[in-house]
Design a binder for this molecule. Structure first.
Ligand code: PNS
Length: 179
């Protein structure tokens, strides 16, 4: 498609503290449907996460490096304003379970009220990641549990750095055993 004004751009917003393979699954699938996907990291000065915004962006950039039509940015304030700035027509959110629905419904309804021209599309998370969240990953990693396969390798490494055990590890019967 030569006419760039007809490019279908979508925004994948989130906290990404840190990005998980569940997020990545949604980003990859969105990238196969839209011409371009902008991953938008919310920069909320009132909520300090485990990782700084710069670290989150760095990990995301490395994780989506294989996707030629995905870029990463950050935003403060309203998501719909960021979507407009990106020229996006769609906001993509992943839905894991019914428990996600209420929050997502409120958010999509408010975004629609603020910007009726921007649609929210929901994608069902792949079954293998249905239980996965950044919070669960952080908790498991903080207690020395194995998060291999749940997050991109760069995130696994960063979590190990954050939580101190620079040691090499091995997996036995689903448990992480320090060598
Ligand atoms: O990964 P998360 O924490 O579920 O992502 C939530 C996020 C960043 C998408 C949401 O908090 C957001 O869009 N915040 C920006 C503020 C905003 O636009 N509020 C109006 C809609 S409720």
């Amino acid at each position: 498609m030569n006419d760039t004004s007809k490019r279908r751009i979508a925004v994948c917003p989130g906290s990404f503290d840190p990005v998980t393979n569940g997020h990545l699954d949604i980003i990859e699938r969105a990238a196969s449907v839209f011409d371009h996907v902008v991953v938008g990291v919310l920069n909320n000065p009132e909520k300090r996460g485990l990782f700084s915004i710069e670290e989150r962006i760095e990990m995301l950039e490395e994780s989506v490096a294989h996707l030629h039509n995905v870029s990463v940015g950050s935003f403060t304030g309203l998501l719909v304003k960021f979507a407009r700035e990106c020229g996006a027509v769609t906001i993509i959110r992943g839905l894991r379970a019914v428990s996600d629905f209420e929050f997502e419904f409120r958010m999509a309804s408010m975004n629609r009220k603020l910007a009726p021209d921007i649609e929210t599309f929901f994608m069902m998370t792949s079954n293998e990641y249905a239980y996965l969240s950044s919070s669960v990953v952080k908790q498991v990693a903080s207690f020395g549990g194995c998060v291999r396969g749940l997050v991109p390798v760069v995130v696994e490494k960063k979590l190990r750095e954050k939580f101190g055990s620079g040691k090499t590890t091995n997996q036995y019967a689903g448990l992480e055993i320090e060598e």
